[in-house]
Design a protein around this ligand. Structure first.
Ligand code: ZN
Ligand code: ZN
Ligand code: ZN
Ligand code: ZN
Ligand code: ZN
Ligand code: ZN
Length: 384
């Protein structure tokens, strides 16, 4: 039984790091990753379509500012609500369907496109076949047996149900993506945080200047090129006999004793599910709860990771290791001219007061954590 969980849905790799660990055999197959896949139909990604639109969009009220915010209002370039200045995530999160479309887009044209399906009636759009797990337990204590159904909104691929359940037991209860719980909300929130839609699609960017769209596209393309590096998994997909061999024990790492978790350095139990990342090689393994970003230490959502400098990164922090991010609009800065103060960066045109929106490039400013204010707005806020 394969107890290893392949985390390699998306592996981005900087061009300069073409070292030998790129050639490591993955030994996994697309076929066994698709267990427990439920059906997905053609839907429209409403959340993200709205995100890309200019003008007055109204959404659900803010959960943080109960009563005072009557509904999310888009700002012309900031990502927060124009009414209450809280992030969009405090108003609404993308639905599961929207999320699957988004990850599908991320995985299309890569070696992981086997994890996606074509959206009917659309041109080339793909949807992620998310691995949902539904567990039904009979309750036998009553006279008429009833069933208790627990839905995990995401489960690791390539494991049978028993091991997938063990995987879930190995992560803290509050992080388990059980539908309708805090854990499910957390997973969807992390998806928005770790893989912001404006990191990949210029259509959602409002900070791009004239002529910068091609620069951004080239950056995203560079990432895609890295994803498309020749690797064994891609060849196996073409070979109909390949899945048989990849599922056999012979394909598993030979020397499995004494593995230490890459994160906590504790011994990996030989019979429990372990996460590996094909870019890192079979010799590196992680406890399910230890597969975290090297910067924010948050568990990598859906096991989507970036591998750079021998470390795991979430999408957000991988990008930030390559280019500065604007504190104002949260987008990656592609211009060589930008504002830099107190270790934070801004598009020059977004270095403006959060209260009155006046530019502060030439004037005095107050920086209250990530909130940039002019001295007047700063004084009036302090008075309240
Ligand atoms: Zn609001
Ligand atoms: Zn609010
Ligand atoms: Zn560990
Ligand atoms: Zn991170
Ligand atoms: Zn900006
Ligand atoms: Zn101001």
């Amino acid at each position: 039984m394969n107890r290893l969980i392949d985390a390699s849905f998306v592996t981005y790799y900087p061009v300069q790091e073409t070292t030998e660990n790129l050639k490591i055999e993955t030994g996994d197959g697309a076929a066994h990753r698709q267990a427990h896949v439920k059906g997905y139909g053609a839907h429209t990604a409403v959340y993200y379509m709205l995100l890309g639109q200019q003008g007055a969009e109204r959404g659900p009220p803010c959960v943080r500012c109960k009563g005072t915010c009557t509904g999310f209002q888009t700002h012309s370039w900031r990502k927060w609500c124009g009414l209450c200045q809280c992030p969009r995530e405090d108003h609404s999160l993308p639905t599961e369907v929207e999320e699957d479309h988004r990850i599908g887009q991320l995985l299309s044209d890569t070696r992981y496109s086997g994890l996606t399906a074509r959206v009917k009636g659309s041109e080339g759009a793909r949807v992620y076949k998310r691995n949902r797990m539904i567990i039904t337990n009979p309750i036998t204590s009553r006279k008429d047996p009833t069933f208790l159904t627990v839905t995990y909104e995401w489960a690791p691929p390539g494991l049978n149900q028993k091991l997938a359940m063990r995987y879930m037991e190995l992560i803290p209860k509050k992080l388990q993506p059980v539908a309708g719980t805090e854990g499910a909300h957390y997973r969807r929130l992390q998806l928005v945080k770790q893989l912001p839609v404006h990191d990949y699609d210029p259509k959602y960017c409002k900070g791009l200047m004239e002529g910068e769209k091609p620069i951004m596209e080239a950056h995203v393309e560079k990432i895609k090129e890295n994803r498309a590096l020749p690797c064994s998994a891609k060849q196996e997909e073409k070979d109909p006999n390949a899945t048989k061999t990849t599922n056999s024990a012979a394909e598993e790492p030979v020397d499995r004793t004494d593995y230490l978790c890459e994160f906590c350095q504790q011994l990996m139990p030989a019979d429990a599910p372990a996460v590996y990342a094909d870019r890192a090689g079979y010799k590196k393994q992680w406890h399910p709860a230890c597969f975290v970003c090297c910067q924010c230490r948050e568990p990598l959502v859906n096991l989507i990771y970036f591998w750079k400098s021998n470390r795991l990164w979430c999408g957000r922090h991988y990008w930030e290791s390559e280019r500065p991010r604007c504190t104002g609009c949260d987008e990656i800065i592609f211009s060589e001219h930008f504002q830099q103060h107190d270790g934070k960066t801004w598009h020059t045109e977004h270095f403006s007061c959060a209260g009155c929106e006046q530019s502060l490039v030439d004037g005095p400013y107050v920086l209250d954590s990530a909130l940039l204010l002019c001295s007047t707005c700063s004084r009036s806020r302090a008075a309240h």
